[in-house]
Design a protein around this ligand. Structure first.
Ligand code: HDE
Length: 702
């Protein structure tokens, strides 16, 4: 669906219902009549109307351009300054507006209004990102996804800046610049972009055993999400909630997608990256445009200091998670993203998250990774946005009243009046004062001990939870982890690095280590490095699987139907009806974008042209062809690949008699996912899942 543009040339402005700022600024001067209708006047930034925006001012028709052309100078100068530094990590991101609604009060634990006022809808801006690549990199590398939410609460902005993985690579913030330098493109050759499959990353990991738990997560299909609507989110660190009596309780925050978890398989991901670099951003855009708003449950794990003492790990170590079996999740709300930004730069690029933005009733823990983050975000925004007044940008400004005596600085947009710019003062009744009763209070904790560059003893166990993660996976997921490790390490040129990683794997699981060693054709099994004895074996936690958390639904999925001239319109229509009823979208794929002539002579329009729409872009496919259509497509490698790929990506395939011919050419073997197009129920059931058992017949896994 293409939205009609408004006369000023911009897409119709969707007014931010919560903003007091007029978003119309910059849309043009006074209205005037033109041949094309009524338009605002095009003006310079000084409001001077422009009569010719196509020709610069020249000394004569063939002469040089004149320096006095302020219209040209202003336009080019502004253009020259359009870019700002991209984020040093998480540069590629997609942001959306929405709301958070509390469904259960945490009144017993906190005074924060956002966590106590049931039914209240708090506006949010959420940015989902990849980590390693630049702003223009692909949406689908094997990478962690950032999950940053800015809640515009009544008591100020709360930023929960999390990831789609509940743990992190390192335990202490001082290591972060090294980690990021190692994982980004190598500095001399400037590649690979957005990929960890290279020497410097794995070299650093091999020397940083605390990262092995995170390595298990990033080598799992969690880093290959099918859609950003199908990822979980985690606050990662422990935070504190503080109640009316000043008592504090530890909390971990979780987001759980309404559509369930779903990932792609690696070969599919690689093909998606080629076919649609904006796969995830486009999916989000289309979902919001269509009114299928991305939604997550918000849940907490609550525990006391005494509970924490009994855990067989230190919850202040960000390389550890708290298994749901140990502290169950309590669902307390939901987030719905229902509004696409008006402008990418103004909102998604300029949004400035800060892990230190919290509100009364919530506080930080002593997690040393979190403590470093509390400094880093404000610092990076000052550099990126260039002024201490970045909080005044509409996307960053609180939606509650705010103000103080901070003044001036680059790009000050406010015009405070009066002679007073300090507090306390006796000269102005209007000026803002402290509010001792309801202002932000830190948790009342006592700190003792000796200063030093030290880590708590319990941080020394680096493998127990990595082991727990691995044993919690289904056999299919374990095979994917092993294969991902083989893939990544095969791109590592230095043998000693490959061996060192396999050495670490031996502490996690001997079978995994052997599979990877074999996949790399190592001459002998490397020694495992010296490691601290685990305090306690962790039991398997099925909540750590992806397959177990896939939802039995077609909602949010897309089925591609391959057609050609002569296809049976009735079969297509019937199939379409059943698929749409089950909640999925349909894309008709045809050799030509203009569509095809069906068997009954009517025209079927196409959504996608075959060459640009490989089956990797769909969750399931149907191949509906006449004999003549099948004959034609047998000689079209893209059509054969369409079917082969759907098969090797473990997808459901529906076919009719013509389709069957193409399936045969593509070497498709019968299994429960290969279904007659007339058996719609069987197709819908198969399309809801992947045919995991098929995998061993189409791929040699490690
Ligand atoms: Fe970040 N991180 N980070 N990070 N992070 C940034 O801030 C940093 C960490 C996360 O969509 C930067 O605005 C340090 C963990 C997200 O705009 C920077 C450390 C988690 C985003 C920064 C960490 C995150 C960022 C870069 C170790 C999950 C994107 C640009 C102490 C809990 C936010 C920017 C967005 C962005 C620093 C580790 C999540 C440099 C120093 C752990 C989702 O400030």
């Amino acid at each position: 669906m293409i939205k009609k543009d408004t006369p000023n040339g911009t897409k119709e402005q969707k007014k931010d219902p919560n903003s007091k700022i007029d978003l119309q600024t910059g849309s043009g001067g006074e209205l005037h009549q033109t041949a094309g209708g009524t338009h605002p006047e095009l003006t310079t930034n000084q409001g001077v109307p422009i009569f010719d925006n196509q020709n610069s001012l020249k000394a004569n028709p063939k002469g040089p351009t004149l320096l006095e052309d302020f219209v040209l100078r202003e336009k080019i100068t502004h253009f020259d300054h359009e870019r700002i530094p991209e984020r040093v990590v998480h540069a590629r991101g997609t942001g959306m507006h929405g709301f958070f609604e509390l469904t259960k009060s945490l009144e017993k634990y906190t005074t924060a209004k956002i966590l106590t006022e049931v039914g209240e809808k708090t506006p949010v801006f959420t940015r989902l990102s990849t980590v390693a690549g630049g702003a223009g990199s692909i949406d689908t590398p094997r990478d962690v996804r950032g999950f940053a939410v800015k809640f515009y609460t009544k008591e100020g902005n709360w930023d929960l800046v999390g990831n789609n993985i509940p743990v992190f690579f390192i335990q202490d913030a001082i290591k972060f610049p090294d980690l990021v330098h190692a994982l980004k493109m190598e500095p001399d050759r400037a590649f690979p972009q957005a990929a960890t499959a290279h020497d410097t990353f794995w070299d650093y990991i091999s020397l940083t055993p605390e990262s092995m738990h995170m390595v298990m997560w990033i080598m799992s299909d969690r880093t290959l999400p099918r859609s950003l609507r199908m990822i979980e989110g985690f606050g990662v660190h422990s935070f504190r909630l503080i109640n009316e009596a000043g008592e504090s309780t530890f909390v971990k925050f979780h987001w759980r997608p309404k559509l369930g978890l779903q990932s792609t398989v690696w070969d599919e991901t690689v093909k998606i990256s080629g076919a649609d670099q904006d796969f995830h951003r486009r999916d989000m855009f289309e979902a919001v445009e269509q009114g299928s708003f991305p939604e997550w449950e918000f849940a907490v794990q609550l525990f006391t200091e005494e509970d924490a003492e009994k855990f067989p790990f230190d919850h202040l170590d960000a390389t550890k998670l708290i298994p749901e079996e140990l502290v169950p999740l309590k669902v307390i709300g939901r987030m719905v993203l229902d509004r696409w930004p008006n402008n990418f730069f103004a909102e998604t690029e300029q949004v400035a998250y800060c892990a230190a933005n919290i509100v009364p009733g919530i506080d930080f823990s002593n997690d040393p990774l979190l403590q470093g983050r509390l400094f880093s975000y404000q610092d990076t925004q000052l550099f990126r946005l260039g002024s201490p007044n970045f909080h005044q940008l509409p996307i960053n400004a609180p939606k509650c009243p705010f103000g103080n005596q901070q003044r001036d600085g680059y790009m000050q947009m406010e015009q405070p009046d009066g002679r007073v710019s300090y507090e306390p003062n006796s000269l102005s009744e209007k000026s803002a004062r402290e509010t001792p009763t309801k202002g932000f209070h830190s948790a009342d904790v006592t700190e003792t001990g000796n200063k030093g560059r030290i880590r708590p003893e319990r941080f020394a166990d680096h493998y127990s939870q990595a082991r727990q993660f691995y044993i919690s996976q289904t056999s299919y997921e374990q095979a994917h982890i092993a294969s991902a490790l083989v893939f990544e390490l095969s791109k590592v040129e230095h043998e000693h690095i490959r061996e060192a990683i396999v050495g670490h794997l031996r502490h996690i699981n001997e079978d995994l280590a052997s599979r990877v060693a074999e996949g790399l054709a190592l001459k002998k099994m490397p020694d495992a490095p010296v490691a601290a004895a685990p305090p306690q074996e962790m039991e398997a936690s099925p909540a750590l699987q992806i397959i177990g958390k896939m939802k039995d639904t077609l909602e949010g999925r897309v089925v591609g139907i391959l057609v050609a001239d002569g296809s049976d319109g009735d079969v297509i229509k019937e199939l379409e009806k059943a698929i749409v009823k089950a909640g999925a979208n349909i894309k008709i794929v045809a050799p030509k974008i203009g569509g095809v002539k069906l068997a009954d002579g009517t025209m079927q329009t196409a959504d996608k042209q075959l060459a640009g729409a490989p089956s990797a872009l769909f969750d399931a496919v149907a191949v509906i062809l006449s004999d003549q259509g099948a004959k034609q497509l047998m000689n079209e490698s893209v059509a054969v690949d369409f079917v082969t790929d759907a098969f090797v990506h473990l997808k459901a395939i529906a076919f009719d008699s013509g389709g069957k011919v193409l399936l045969k050419k593509a070497n498709v073997k019968s299994d429960p996912g290969i279904v007659d197009a007339n058996d719609k129920d069987a197709f819908i059931a198969a399309a809801k899942t992947r045919q995991w058992d098929r995998e061993k017949s189409v791929r040699i896994l490690a």
